[in-house]
Design a protein around this ligand. Sequence first.
Ligand SMILES: *[C@@H]1O[C@H](CO)[C@@H](O)[C@H](O)[C@H]1NC(C)=O
Ligand SMILES: *[C@@H]1O[C@H](CO)[C@@H](O)[C@H](O)[C@H]1NC(C)=O
Length: 403
Amino acid sequence: MGNKLLCLGLLTALLGYYIYSPIPEDVAQPGTVMLLSALFRAQGHVSEVAELLGLASYMETLRLFTVFTLVPPTSDENVTVTDTELSNVPVRLYLPRRAPGGLRRAVLFFHGGGWCLDDAGVHDYDHLTRRISNELDAVVVSVNYRLAPPHRFPAQFEDVYSVTKFFLQRQVLAQYGVDPARVCVAGDSAGGNLAAAVAQQLPQDPEVKAKLKAQVLIYPALQALDLKLPSYLDNAEKPLLSRTLMVRFWSEYFSAEPTLREAMASNAHIPAEAGPLLQFVNWSRWLPADVRGAHRYSSPAAGGTEPGRGSPGLLDPRAAPLLGSEARLRGLPPAFVLTCQHDVLRDDGLMYAARLRAAGVPVTHHHATDAFHGAMTFLDGPFELRLAHRLLSTTLGWLRDNL
Ligand SMILES: *[C@@H]1O[C@H](CO)[C@@H](O)[C@H](O)[C@H]1NC(C)=O
Ligand SMILES: *[C@@H]1O[C@H](CO)[C@@H](O)[C@H](O)[C@H]1NC(C)=O
């Protein structure tokens, strides 16, 4: 009896030790966030073990955890939901049911998941896009672009780009009852990266006549040249995205080469050709003083490393929109940029907001000081966060006024 109690006590202590992680003081519902963070870490550890045992690659296992939460396309009283294809790319389509008062808005939505994970049909994204469709009375096209591995840059970009280009055709917009002057792109995390990249590419395309009304970038990833920005250093172990995992996502997006990930982890992945682009990730120039804090700027060394040179995506604005030239940024549609204080990607968003403004693009920048990466997706279920509702309602408020 005594032994059993002792074992139980030890197990509880071990479990408690595993679950415990420091949560930033100003983050509300710390117990829920801690559990969520432990769940994500546990999935990461299981995936590492599966890879060590040779059962499946790290990303394959991690992806399985998201596949478990897939939900079928289910219509409700307000929105008709279907899985279909546009331009040969699978999409989940949300069409409002109430009688239209005229032509509708449309949102092309790109989900997050580091270009490797998730799906328009996982519970959290299905819930989010359904809310957007219902509350904005908007047609929402949520794109199931190809994922890494096996698919790498530019496959993800090409899929979302080709759906956007297809949808923007006059006869397609007319078929869905969409107002050509009220279409936007939106996405979170890796999806925010894709949304920014699509917004930049469309004006370069002589075949595209329509213009986007807006771009919505929710804690986007925007560059992989400097992976030691203050936000990467300050938030390396914050929920729900660690620096290690973000490095893994970037390297998987670009290459199957494990040396790229190792080089990225130590910020030694920058090829000599990157030299002229380093000005765009110079955070001593683009970050406000209060964010730079006590950090001292030193430019990442452009050393001409092999792994970096083998990954042209690294320098391509379609993969890293922050590297777009000033000429490419000029005239882009008004942007809503959401950043979170406790996020490795915080400074990507801050610098892009600054660069867009410098190029004359109207920017609404919402900085959530008490938020962390991924927070907006927890809108219901056991991990429901009041923070998620607040971030969504801020975003929808902007869209109501600007789309
Ligand atoms: C349908 O829309 C109404 C009004 O916005 C809302 O109260 C209701 O909860 C919605 N139903 C669903 C299933 O989302
Ligand atoms: C970075 O920006 C600062 C401030 O504008 C400037 O003094 C410095 O020369 C820049 N460094 C590089 C490597 O671009």
